[in-house]
Design a protein around this ligand. Structure first.
Ligand SMILES: CC(C)(COP(=O)(O)OP(=O)(O)OC[C@H]1O[C@@H](n2cnc3c(N)ncnc32)[C@H](O)[C@@H]1OP(=O)(O)O)[C@@H](O)C(=O)NCCC(=O)NCCS
Length: 177
């Protein structure tokens, strides 16, 4: 699966991306509200290698794609989709953008294409994202996509050794259209 937008392409991660992936995913700005962050470049490489085995048939798995800027082919982030364990049509997604490339509309652009594919090709009925409510950049991003808050769970996630709140933002296929 490959998607292109005006400035980006969403494609498979390559082993040569390990250093760049490690650099932004381990950056505290990106890792602060995330459950997974690589401690070493080798861990980032193992993550990329594990992704090579994941397909749309891999139930209860995260399918991750590179977000590459077309002008310089630079890896600027990644986007993920959780393939549900059952055959349901409800998917969770997440996105990360390298700090130097944030606030330039890249996430919004990538997710417009990503959600278009999830609702179009995968015929999803519903998508949702789970975020820490202190993650204001994510709240703004999800709202800008028309997503609405559906749930607020108090201290339901353990992140970086502390219990944190979790907010669920969701969108139905008919709302996307
Ligand atoms: C959340 C994140 C993906 C946003 O990426 P981004 O490329 O900077 O976002 P965009 O530039 O596309 O901005 C999208 C919207 O969010 C708003 N926004 C982005 N960062 C913001 C911030 N720090 N504070 C307030 N609003 C912000 C933008 O103004 C924009 O709104 P608009 O369309 O109404 O103008 C990025 O900050 C990130 O990677 N964070 C760390 C990883 C993370 O927490 N991921 C969880 C996401 S589910």
């Amino acid at each position: 699966m490959e998607l292109t937008t005006a400035r980006l392409c969403l494609v498979a991660l390559h082993e040569s991306d390990a250093e760049a992936l490690f650099a932004y995913r381990s950056d505290p700005v990106v890792a602060r509200y995330q459950g997974w962050y690589p401690a070493t470049c080798e861990e980032a490489l193992a993550f990329i290698r594990a992704q090579q085995q994941v397909s749309l048939d891999s139930r209860d798995s995260w399918l991750q794609r590179a977000i590459r800027r077309t002008t310089d082919d630079r890896l600027i982030g990644d986007v993920g989709l959780h393939i549900p364990a059952d055959s349901g049509d409800s998917y969770e997604f997440g996105i990360s953008i390298a700090p130097a490339c944030q606030s330039q509309g890249y996430s919004r652009e990538a997710l417009c294409a990503w959600l278009g594919w999830v609702f179009g090709q995968l015929r999803a009925h519903r998508v949702h994202a789970s975020i820490d409510p202190r993650n204001l950049a994510s709240v703004a991003l999800l709202r800008s996509l028309g997503m609405r808050q559906e749930a607020y769970f108090r201290e339901s996630l353990r992140l970086h050794g502390e219990w944190v709140d979790e907010v669920i933002y969701a969108l139905l296929a008919r709302e996307w259209r």
